[in-house]
Design a protein. Sequence first.
Length: 121
Amino acid sequence: MRLDGLAAFCAASAALIASPAMAHAHLVKSDPAVKASVDAPAKVALTFSEKLVPAFSKLDLSMAMGSQSMAMPVKTSVAADGVTLIGTPQGKLPRGSYTAHWTAASSDGHKTSGSITFQVK
């Protein structure tokens, strides 16, 4: 009985110690905000919960065209703070509905992905 308790204690302790190393980058803020209606933004900024690996993090932008979508050229970079992924459109975004698809790679090697939508008025 004592060995079972000791084993459970060791397993719980190991999980607590390993938790920070197993964290993933989660989206905490976006500009434009999710589902916002904005003037054409000069950039799309996505802020994550931890530092990103620039080589494996990206942002793609597409504009809804009826039942299809059109890729919009963007230059992707990670800001100096290390936690903000920046997508800079290569031209002024026309009026319409947009989806920013992102992949965020954290230093532990894990990738997360998702998307946000916004409107340009």
